[in-house]
Design a protein around this ligand. Sequence first.
Ligand code: PCA
Length: 205
Amino acid sequence: MRVLVTGFDSFGGESINPSWEAVKRLPDEILGAEIIKKQLPTEFIAGERELLSALKSAEPSIVICAGQAAGRSAVSIERVAINLRDASIADNALFTPVDEAVSPEGEAAYFVTLPVKAALAALKEAGIPAELSLSAGSFVCNDILYTLLRSTEGTGIAAGFVHVPLCPAQAEKKSPPPPSMSIEDMAKALEIILTKTIKTKETEP
Ligand code: PCA
């Protein structure tokens, strides 16, 4: 079994993106499944293109994308992506789409196909602050999740998105400091979500 896990590069004036820092720390194998790690650019157009090309070359059974969400205090397992691009800052290609569709032919929304409740329960059991989220926003993360769910719809691939808080090094530079979480805990959270998803996939008929 192959698993694709992505994180983003830094954006919005930050010098790191904790989502990629956490993805980088994941083991290369979990329960015998190969973990393929890929950094995506925080760009609507290139991010989508690189995701689709990684899906094609990795042919994964599971895909989890991760991104930074400043202000959130817990690991957020997203449940839905919406067909909307509405950026309040420019992406890394200086593109700022407002009130545009991700895909004019696509559905209004797609649901994540991960076992979100089981993953949440596993995170809570491990003592990691975690929550389910009904909005991945309307910037690049939602766009990538929408593209992922649209392109994997009906394939049996389990696909979803996890937002992580800022890490302490980012939070301490802001006043007042927003909530933060260590990159080690974020990596542990991703590993727990992946483990739960791999186990669920293995028991599927
Ligand atoms: N977070 C942004 C895009 C890249 C990232 O890490 C978002 O939440 O849309």
